[in-house]
Design a protein around this ligand. Structure first.
Ligand code: AMP
Ligand code: GLY
Length: 421
């Protein structure tokens, strides 16, 4: 089979490495991929948002199966366009990807179908938003409506901060059109859990849970990032909580999307907060999470391509999806200065003995040398029988990978370790 993977980050590298385990896979193309992914797939310089070029490439190469991994092409309708050419795909169509593409859509969906989430108001008028903030409970959370590279959420600790956030989104348009509509919502507290789930719109199969570490600095300090590391499973996510989530969140969400005429097929990501009043949805993503995928897929024992095809064919109910009862830890190695300013172009050394667990996100190849080219450069994942051993093994491998100006958190998994005791 010829497989095409759209995207070029650590998540895509983890997907590609797993897909390669299937013996029927002859060729994998990554669009655009990156210098590290090039070790495992043929990288093609077509951007993940260039839908016409992606479709033309898939038709020309007679691609048998396409996996669209990032949010942008999904929201832009990559799956719709590929399916029109008869190419089977993993990923939701645009009318379902809107569950991530519009916060207003997802909040209204949850309200309509009684799915637990933070209380909220939607505004498309700045003066009304500012007036509402005069006596809204503080802290409060301000969210831009559309995709904003994970940066469209501001937790405001004071009324003035909240008003500044509203002005920057609605007046200064720091997130462009995403700021035309905003959501102001209740500030929730509790441990956060990420649950990725396979769904073919009939059956929902949650994967092993995970915990992201979003802040740049140790002990959850500093700016929000795309994610500095992950562990799986998440110790806060007990069997009892999993059962509540299945009944009050996962199944109701999939049913709600069906009822709206927007069947969701692909990987649905539930960003949950375990509040004192029960689990609530913080966000939905229409795709695999990054870096969650780098700990979840290494624990998957079943064949990923087979599971993905079952999603496409709507036969997930008959497909075994089994995870190892082990633990995984992924440490992201970033360029110093991320998520703001950082330098690029430093040579990267990845010894062969650790390469299996390294997922490359921001690197390019020049004259046979891998060079840093992004903020998040790569993820180093280790799997072990205990969380503590997985953390130790991941950091032991981090020490073997090197590039100038490397920065990483030293405490990935420590909170999970404390919670698990
Ligand atoms: P998001 O981009 O939606 O994932 O939000 C980024 C982060 O903001 C989440 O991981 C949470 O830590 C935090 N967050 C979002 N919404 C809320 C909320 N209603 N209450 C508290 N924290 C929130
Ligand atoms: N790690 C969070 C996300 O993928 O959106």
């Amino acid at each position: 089979m010829k497989i095409m993977v759209v995207g070029g980050g650590g998540r895509e590298h983890a997907i590609i490495k797993k897909i390669k385990e299937n013996k029927s896979v002859e060729e994998i193309y990554a669009l655009p991929g990156n210098g590290g992914i090039a070790a495992d797939a043929t990288c093609v310089p077509i951007g993940a948002k260039d839908i016409p070029a992606i479709v033309a490439f898939a038709v020309e190469k007679k691609i048998d199966y396409a996996i669209v991994a990032p949010d942008d092409p999904l929201v832009l309708g990559a799956v719709d366009a590929l399916e029109e050419q008869g190419i089977p795909c993993f990923g939701p169509r645009a009318n379902a990807a809107i569950i991530e593409g519009s916060k207003v859509f997802s909040k209204n969906l949850m309200k309509k179908y009684n799915i637990p989430t933070a209380a909220y108001e939607v505004f498309d008028d700045m003066d009304q938003a500012l007036a509402y903030l005069e006596d809204a409970p503080i802290p409060t959370v301000i969210k831009a409506d559309g995709l904003a590279l994970g940066k469209g959420v501001i937790i405001a600790a004071t009324r003035d901060e909240a008003k500044d956030a509203v002005r920057s989104m609605m007046q200064d348009k720091v997130f462009g059109k995403s700021g035309d509509h905003i959501v102001i919502e209740e500030f929730l507290t509790g441990p956060e859990v990420s649950v990725l789930a396979f769904t073919d719109s009939k059956t929902v199969v949650p994967m092993v849970s995970s915990m992201d570490h979003k802040r740049a600095g140790d002990n959850d300090t500093g700016l929000n990032t795309g994610g500095m590391g992950t562990v799986a499973p998440n110790p806060y996510y007990t069997d009892e909580i999993a059962a509540i989530c299945r009944d009050t969140i996962f199944l109701p969400t999939v049913n709600a999307m069906n009822a709206e005429g927007r069947p969701f097929k692909g990987c649905l990501y539930f960003g949950l907060m375990l509040t004192p009043n029960g689990p609530k949805v913080i966000e939905y993503n229409c795709r695999f999470g990054d870096p969650e995928t780098q700990v979840v897929l290494p624990l998957l024992e079943s064949d990923l391509l087979t599971v993905m095809q079952a999603v496409t064919n709507e036969t997930l109910a008959d497909c075994e999806v089994r995870f190892a009862s082990r633990h995984a830890c992924c440490v992201i190695m970033a360029s110093k200065g991320y998520p703001t300013a950082y330098e690029k172009g430093y040579p990267i050394t990845i010894p062969a003995e650790v390469a299996d667990g390294v997922f490359v996100a921001g690197a390019e190849e020049k004259a046979g040398q891998l060079l840093t080219s992004g903020g998040r450069v790569l993820g180093v994942t280790a799997v072990a029988d205990t969380l503590s051993c997985a953390i130790d093994a991941a950091y032991a491998n981090v020490a073997k990978v090197s590039f100038d100006n490397a920065y990483y958190r030293h405490d990935i998994g420590q909170r999970a370790l404390r919670a698990g005791k």
